[in-house]
Ligand binder design. Sequence first.
Ligand code: C2E
Ligand code: CA
Ligand code: CA
Ligand code: CA
Length: 279
Amino acid sequence: AKENGSSQYQFYDAERDQTSIEQIILENDLELAIQADQMRLVYQPKVDIRTGEVIGLEALVRWQHPLLGVISPGQFIPVAEKSGLIVGLEKWVLRTACTQVKKWLTEGRQVRPVAVNISQIHLMKPDIFDSIMELLTELALDPELLELEITESAMMHNEEHVIRILNDLRKAGISVSMDDFGTGYSSLSYLHSLPIGCLKIDRSFVSNITSDSDSRAIAEMIISMARQIGLAIVAEGVETEAQVALLKELQCYNAQGFYYSKPLTPDEVSVHLPVIFED
Ligand code: C2E
Ligand code: CA
Ligand code: CA
Ligand code: CA
């Protein structure tokens, strides 16, 4: 049992203890996980809902822990952010995703741009642009095949720095999407001043558009606003045919979600990427 501040015994809380033990294990093991080859990437297709064509992929990280099994990023990304390990992890994600695209190209496949998630901590690193460019140069990969997804809230810190990095990326041909749009509080004027190519409407609105009139109104507003300022738009977390129909009606033609596909292993993705030449 533990003591609290008033020196009274508390009942043993097995559930809470387990959480904190797990937390400690995660922090310790995370540092070694990349070297121990326990991290994997899966790729979720982004689809044109008019044609069903795959227009892009999003790389999502999975941790195959030797004792705990597959751990979802929702559990360890916050731990990685707290400890600063996120930067090393995302560098690994960038390298692995770009190397995978390179491999598909070498196999003669028709590839699509791959999007990688970038955390606020990583975005704030002064060398982020240079290190991404170095990677692309080393792999001789076309910058148009890499996209970055940055959450709305991450873009709202240190606006000058963010605008400078985004400008550099755009000039280099790397496009940026604003992720989880609708969950932060960015103003229309700030949005307009950002050199981004795309908004991803957060799943929290998309999952309610057919049942909740507020969510529908918000989605409708985001879509028409994006159109007016010339931004592409992707609806995330699309799960049902009814959502697809409504998105079409609202003229949002790009979607991602379990209705189309769960995140796939590289081999599973290959099936969707036709071979256009063989050597
Ligand atoms: P996100 O960027 O919003 O990624 C989409 C998440 O929604 C993924 O969960 C995906 O599997 C899930 N999803 C996709 N379609 C559907 C659907 O139709 N229904 C439902 N219920 N869920 C769907 P995942 O892979 O667990 O990732 C969770 C979050 O972890 C991501 O949210 C992202 O914020 C973060 N994450 C993943 N990989 C990375 C990374 O390399 N770096 C950073 N910073 N964050 C990452
Ligand atoms: Ca994302
Ligand atoms: Ca998202
Ligand atoms: Ca989201």
